[in-house]
Design a protein around this ligand. Structure first.
Ligand code: GRF
Length: 199
């Protein structure tokens, strides 16, 4: 199975996936890292792991779908089977999402459907929740919405600050995402409507 990881930033989740592949925990080929940000640290991580990279500047495309079509051309070239969104800060077009239906995974740093959006950890913290966590889900046409594959929970500690909570969330992400990808590559994820069964 050929995997492409899409990342716009630091790429700590990408790193966790690279490490899981190296350890043989995920048996797949990390074929491509795609970024819309040429300065993303994720690209350095890809380089160190000798993974092919593709940087695409959104300013060169008129519409969201034009951008996605160009990405898709590269995915076809690399015969990509599975797309992993790991801090990719762009919304994908409905065209792209339906082309890769049930083959795009995303990780979100909250227990969906609570705290959708780009500031989930802070929003949950400011809301004063007692429990929060991480969600790995399939991507559909709505943001932070598709069928849920795995969730991990965290109990807030009295002493937690936003910073400590962020660190705990990221640590959980780095366990949960490789696990979900492992299940996918083993063909153990079955989707029925909104419900995902691990077999
Ligand atoms: C993670 O918190 C993930 O949940 C969210 O974006 C962040 C990416 O972090 N979708 P990193 O670039 O993998 O370090």
């Amino acid at each position: 199975m050929n995997i492409a990881v899409f990342a716009s930033g630091r790429g700590t989740n990408l790193q966790a996936i690279i490490d899981a592949v190296k350890r043989g925990r995920i048996k797949a080929n990390l074929a491509l890292v795609v970024s819309d940000n040429k300065n993303a640290y994720a690209l350095k991580r890809a380089g160190r792991a000798k993974i092919k990279t593709l940087v695409i500047d959104a300013r060169n495309f008129k519409t969201r779908q034009d951008f996605d079509q160009e990405v898709s051309r590269h995915l076809e070239q690399e015969r990509i089977d599975l797309i992993i969104l790991a801090g990719f800060m762009r919304i994908l077009s409905p065209w792209f999402v339906s082309k890769y239906k049930n083959r795009i995974l995303n990780i979100h740093p909250a227990l969906l459907p609570s705290f959708k959006g780009a500031h989930a950890i802070q929003d949950a913290f400011n809301c004063g929740v007692k429990i929060t966590g991480v969600t790995v889900h399939f991507v559909d046409k709505l943001t932070d919405h598709g069928p849920i594959i795995l969730q991990g929970e965290l109990k807030l500690k009295e002493a937690d600050t936003l910073k400590s909570l962020e660190a705990r969330i990221h640590k959980l992400e780095h366990k949960l995402y490789p696990e979900a990808i492992r299940l996918f590559t083993q063909g153990r994820i079955k989707i029925k409507g909104r419900r995902v069964k691990i077999v």
